[in-house]
Design a protein around this ligand. Structure first.
Ligand code: G1P
Length: 294
């Protein structure tokens, strides 16, 4: 029998070299998108999808992530004393809603390895993986869309999106066959094969893996058997490839817009669009952008 997905793993041990010098003393995951740390978007997506048990894979210099999701007595006391009840609710809310666990990766040996260190914390149950760099704005949370497929088929599901040919070599790419689901044949695919960061011109399709996954616990056995892959790292994509020998793996072209916040341009695009959406900022920010006369 399938069991409910209760846990989401957030790999967050990377050095964030693309955001230096900002990430010299601050984790990339806590850089603010408007006024919320990047990782909180993913954590809120997990919560909105019914998953409230969050496991973060951390490393050196990542203490700010733990502090962010913890209560801060001094700050709460101060806000209470100053009658700032809205701000107080804001800082308490997230730590009240989620159950956080942290584990260190030890050595940065790749995404597959990072997920592998959570084996004992996850235990023998299905689980989700969220890459916080991929921020997805969607009517139905992207993880929830994947969980609906998981509930239906009881099999692993990964998120994919179409990516232009000149960008595809930055991703894991699937070779997949369309499957009818909910009356359409253009969203769900059965994965035949997958390859991490194929050289340009050698990608099996234009469907790139985006950072949302739902796995049975057997994935951990596949991680245990991994050999170094692309870039000499233990790749999650290769573990999924060996999972396919044990059962079907599905790919879902989710509905929503994804921002690549691991990249400076993507981060800026998300910042602008999220600020424009905000009730308190959208109006004046739009006016400001208009008068720039670009
Ligand atoms: C990782 C995965 C890759 C996936 C990508 C999505 O790569 O290894 O398969 O397509 O995330 O963001 P990274 O961006 O960490 O190099």
């Amino acid at each position: 029998m399938n069991r409910k997905v209760r846990k989401a793993v957030f790999p967050a041990a990377g050095m964030g070299t693309r955001f230096l010098p900002a990430t010299k003393a601050q984790p990339k995951e806590t850089l603010p998108l408007v006024d919320k740390p990047l990782i909180q978007y993913g954590v809120e997506e997990a919560l909105a999808s019914g998953v409230d048990n969050i496991i973060v894979v951390t490393g050196r210099g990542k203490a700010a992530i733990e502090d962010h999701f913890d209560r801060n007595g001094e700050l709460e006391h101060e806000l209470l004393a100053r009658g700032k009840s809205e701000e107080l609710a804001l800082v308490k809310r997230i730590s009240d809603l989620v159950r956080m666990s942290y584990i260190r990766q030890g050595e940065p040996l790749g995404l597959g390895h990072a997920v592998g260190v959570t084996k004992e914390l996850v235990g023998e149950e299905p689980f989700a993986v969220i890459l916080a760099d991929d921020v997805i704005s969607a009517e139905v949370p992207a993880l929830k869309q994947l969980l609906d497929i998981y509930d239906h088929f009881g099999a692993a599901v990964i998120a994919v999106m179409e990516v232009p040919e000149d960008k595809i070599s930055s991703y894991g790419v699937v070779d997949a066959t369309p499957v009818e689901f909910n009356g359409t044949k253009d969203r769900l695919f059965r994965v035949n094969d997958l390859v991490e960061k194929p050289p340009q011109g050698e990608a099996p399709s234009n469907l790139a893996i985006i950072g949302r996954y739902v796995f049975p616990y057997e994935l951990f056995d596949c991680i245990d058997g991994l050999q170094p892959g692309a870039g000499g790292e233990y790749q999650l994509t290769d573990a999924i490839r060996s999972l396919m020998r044990r059962g079907p793996v599905y790919a879902y072209r989710f509905e929503g817009k994804r921002y690549d916040c691991g990249d400076k341009l993507g981060f800026l695009q998300a910042t602008v669009e999220f600020a424009l959406e905000r009730e308190d900022l959208g109006g004046p920010f739009r006016e400001y952008l208009k008068q720039l006369k670009l």
